[in-house]
Structures are given as C-alpha cells and as structure tokens.
Write a protein that binds this ligand. Structure first.
Ligand SMILES: NC(=O)c1ccc[n+]([C@@H]2O[C@H](COP(=O)([O-])OP(=O)(O)OC[C@H]3O[C@@H](n4cnc5c(N)ncnc54)[C@H](O)[C@@H]3O)[C@@H](O)[C@H]2O)c1
Length: 250
C-alpha cells in the first residue's frame, strides 16, 4: 500500500518547494498538503503539480483540534513534515498571541493527533518539525550556533518556535514518538513572500548601484553583485528535509 505523507504549510514559501519535491520524486507516495491559506499561503506556488495523481490539497487550520484529529483518523499518515507557522518576526511583535496559537497550540494539536493515531505503534513513523535558528538568539559578528546551543529566543516568533520545539521533544521523551527537529537559518529563493525585508529591498532597489539602509538595527549594504546571490533558481532549492525524512521513513 502506498505511504501517506502529511506536509503542513505547503502553500507557503518553503513548504511549496517541499511539496513539489515529494510529489515529483515519490510518485508512489500520496502527499497531503494541509494549509489554512493565510495571507502567507498561495496555491499558485504549487499550481504546476496541482493535478498530479499523488497530490491532495486539504484546506484546514492546525489550530482546529477536532478537524486535525478527524484528518489523522481518516488518513492514517505514515509521516508528517510540519512547516505551517506564523513565520514573520515583525508580525509577531504586533500580535504575539497569534504566534502562540498557531506555532505552539497548532503544533501540539498535530503531535496529539499523531500520537493517538499511532496508538503506541511507531514502526516506520516520523514527525519532522521544521524550526528556526532564531530559537538560539542573535549572533554577534563572529560565532555560530550548534544543536547544543542554549535556547535564547529574542522575539515572540522565536519564542513560539522554541516552545514548539520543546513540545516536540517532550512528546518524544514522554510518548516515545519518533521525531526530527531541524533549526535552519534564513532561506531565500523563488516563492519568497513579498513581506520579507530582503526581497522588499531587492524589488525596490534592483536598479540602483548600491543600497544602504538600516533594517532592525543592522546596516545592510547590497550591491548589484550581491543581488545575484538571491536569484536562486527553483531547481537549486534542495531541502535537506528530503534526506532526513527519507532516512527515518523507510
Ligand atoms: N523562511 C525562512 O527563512 C525560514 C527560516 C527558518 C525556519 N523557517 C520555518 O520554516 C517553516 C516555513 O516557513 P516559510 O517561510 O515557508 O513560511 P510562510 O509564512 O511562507 O508559509 C507558512 C504557511 O503556513 C500556512 N499556515 C499558517 N498558519 C497556519 C495554520 N494555523 N494552519 C494551517 N496552515 C497555516 C500559511 O498559509 C502558509 O502557507 C516555518 O515553520 C518557519 O518557522 C523558515
């Protein structure tokens, strides 16, 4: 029987690349894209694979516990790649509670539903939680984060993602639920949401010799040469998610 994979947030920037990758690379898998289509979600991001026979779109909200429980009971997913989130730092400063609701409670709803669906049998099951390096705080001019760096979130967004990471780990420790958490840094590329500042800068100043602007305390200088750094082609987006998930979900 073909495996079923749930990808949340698949109409967003990163999620749309992940959905496309799995739909095209694993035709034997049924891929379910669960997305509430908030301001950040856009089905046009994945229009090219919308009619694939192994692609299923589910409009729904991870905050809705009854809906989530029903979906897991009905579909009995083999794995989850959880990307759905409120993800923009500036918005979290304006409305922190919206970030708690989606990023913490929404993640907890998925974990509960996954655990209940598995009912103690986790053979070949995996919950992949996509998080951010912002849980570790801010770096100075030097240094780096590793997986053992202490959590030190600096914004409501980062704090809500940190809390969601803790919930995933807690489900792993308490219920032995198999999980992976990845804490990547900023991603750039096709389908990037226009609200994000770097794309804003690129769009506004594409033709200028040099941009010199202050953004949230940092002085950014972007030359035309550097702009090419952001012109990432879709095929170059190779999420490590693929490797990690497939090694756990055999
Ligand atoms: N973009 C980055 O540079 C970056 C860096 C590190 C980590 N991340 C993480 O990667 C994941 C995806 O980021 P992105 O930039 O693609 O985000 P995005 O904002 O572009 O997309 C988020 C998607 O989630 C959906 N969504 C939001 N709330 C939902 C809800 N309550 N129920 C169901 N769907 C909902 C939206 O409709 C949207 O399609 C997030 O978890 C984010 O924290 C992103």
């Amino acid at each position: 029987m073909s495996k079923k994979l749930l990808i949340t947030g698949g109409a967003g920037f990163i999620g749309s690349h992940v959905v496309r990758l799995f739909v095209t690379k694993y035709p034997e898998y049924q891929i379910f894209n669960l997305d509430a289509l908030t301001y950040a979600g856009n089905l046009e991001n994945i229009q090219d694979i919308a009619t694939a026979s192994n692609y299923n779109f589910v409009k729904g909200n991870i905050k809705d516990i009854e809906f989530i429980n029903g979906l897991f009971k009905k579909e009995e997913f083999d794995g989850v790649i959880h990307l759905a989130a409120e993800s923009h730092v500036d918005r979290s400063i304006k409305d922190p509670n919206a970030f708690i609701e989606t990023n913490v409670i929404g993640t907890s709803n998925l974990l509960n539903a996954f655990r209940d669906m598995c009912n103690g049998n986790y053979d070949n099951k995996l919950f992949y939680h996509v998080s951010t390096d912002e849980v570790y705080g801010s770096l100075g001019k030097t240094g780096l984060f590793t997986e053992t760096t202490s959590y030190d979130p600096q914004s409501p967004y980062a704090a809500s993602k940190a809390a969601s990471d803790h919930m995933v780990r807690a489900f792993g420790n308490t219920y032995e639920l198999p999980f992976v958490i990845s804490n990547c840094s900023n991603n750039y590329g096709a389908k990037f949401h226009y609200l994000l500042i770097i794309l804003k800068i690129i769009r506004h100043y594409q033709f200028m010799e040099m941009v010199n602007t202050r953004v949230i305390g940092y002085s950014l200088k972007i030359t035309p040469k550097q702009l090419t750094l952001f012109s990432i082609k879709e095929k170059e987006v190779k999420p490590i998610i693929l490797e990690v998930l497939m090694s756990g979900l055999t």
